[in-house]
Design a protein around this ligand. Sequence first.
Ligand code: SF4
Length: 251
Amino acid sequence: MEKIRQKNFSNGSVYALKTNDGYLIETTDTFLPECTKYCNYNIEGYGDRTERWMIGVSVMSGCPVGCKFCATGIMNQFRNLTEDEIIGQISFVLDCNPQYKFSEAKEHKVNYTRMGEPFLNIKNVRKSIELINYYYPEVHHYVSTIGIKDSDFSWIKENITLQISLHSLNEERRNNLIPFSNKMTIKELGQIRTKSNLKTTVNLTLVDYADFNIEKLKELFDPQYFFIKLSPINPNINNTMGGGVVNGRYY
Ligand code: SF4
């Protein structure tokens, strides 16, 4: 794995890496104060990697899903990453930070949220999770998916949490934003139940105010099982839909 570019933020870095056969991937290394577990505003400073340390990995180079607000989907090639390439991104970040120990951060997470749809590379994602659990038993995994039809969620339990990419509460609009036909409907997403220690996160990368509808959200996603997250559009990569309606930190 070779580093092509690095961009630094106040609370971490984003890396463009290249696989041995020349495929580009994005990996992030971010941290936040422990208090942001409970609220995410009015914080002073960003803490360091001893508090909340998040490593965001790609599971593919490129992505066949083609979300309108994501430049990954318009790369002209894609392939699944191997287990070694997924875990290699974690090793890369850890090697960049020899002064910190991942296992000693109060919260240490691996987010499967960079390039690619995890459930289209599920075998290698699950093998990676098993191996990471072996070395870092206190780790938490966030697996982000658009909701591929007929996915098995029975293995999403304990320290593994699901994040579903909703982006709009209007089915037609969602189909337009996520132009991948073999995906679950919004209603089906609302019926997902897991045995995770944490609620399933519903992620809304809001492109437009019209994509948000609190009444529908409450009706379809029972707050007993779902946690709602509003995200800004990823500023790290080019996209065709502008900045979205959420201002804030991206991590
Ligand atoms: S947002 Fe995720 S699923 Fe959609 S194109 Fe980008 S990488 Fe693929």
